[in-house]
Design a protein around this ligand. Structure first.
Ligand code: ADP
Length: 198
């Protein structure tokens, strides 16, 4: 995982991966990765991840969309959770969402790679603990919280690969839910680096 982190945070290393093959082709893992472009609240899956704030009382962006679509019962359950630390995750029901659960995680403000990585790790650990096999992530912290989009993808893809490798039988599908063209372009460019097809 030392190598993965080096690759994730350094452009020269990413270029080297593109030439060589630090990330090996693994078709079992590749089958479990999907991109979805659009509104995360429409996904009928086990769990959607929310880019929440420390209070868990709703906010703007994807958080606002999730609370609006899930309804007031979500707000009530969130109020009982005593907030959530940055980099941690807490689970609630999905209420009026088609997803069965919502995993709330709180991303860092600004570029803090260890914290962003922790969000994705804790979200997937929470999923495993609840027998959740299909999970969709929004682009955590890259909106109002200001994490630069490209550096975020270079943290997200290696930690997802690491978690999938370590938990092969636990997940059926991990979906990256993309909302902005900047992220669509970045994921198309960088997915083949971390999940090479050949
Ligand atoms: P943060 O505060 O963690 O930066 P934001 O909600 O501001 O969270 O942004 C995170 C990402 O979620 C951004 O790419 C934003 O465009 C995207 N987003 C906003 N609404 C939705 C939605 N309904 N479904 C999926 N992604 C969304």
């Amino acid at each position: 995982s030392y190598v993965l982190k080096q690759v994730a945070l350094n452009d020269a290393a990413v270029a080297k991966v593109l030439e060589g093959s630090i990330y090996k082709v693994d078709s079992d893992l590749n089958k479990k990765i999907s991109l979805f472009i659009g509104d995360i609240t429409t996904l009928e899956i086990d769990a959607v991840v929310n880019a929440a704030n420390n209070s868990l009382r709703g906010g703007g962006g994807v958080d606002g969309a999730i609370h609006k679509a899930a309804g007031g019962m979500l707000y009530q359950e969130c109020q009982s959770l005593n907030g959530c630390d940055t980099g941690d995750a807490k689970i609630t029901g999905g209420y009026y969402l088609p997803a069965r659960y919502i995993i709330h995680t709180v991303g860092p403000t600004g570029e803090k790679p260890a914290m962003l990585e922790s969000c994705y790790r804790r979200a997937l650990q929470t999923a495993i603990e609840n027998n959740i096999r299909t999970v969709a992530f929004p682009c955590i912290s890259t909106g109002v919280y200001g994490y630069p989009n490209e550096s975020a993808v270079k943290v997200v893809l290696p930690i997802i690969r690491t978690m999938l490798e370590a938990n092969r039988d636990k997940f059926d599908r991990i979906i990256f839910c993309l909302f902005l063209s900047v992220d669509i372009n970045l994921y198309h460019k960088l997915l083949p680096v971390f999940f090479p097809l050949q």
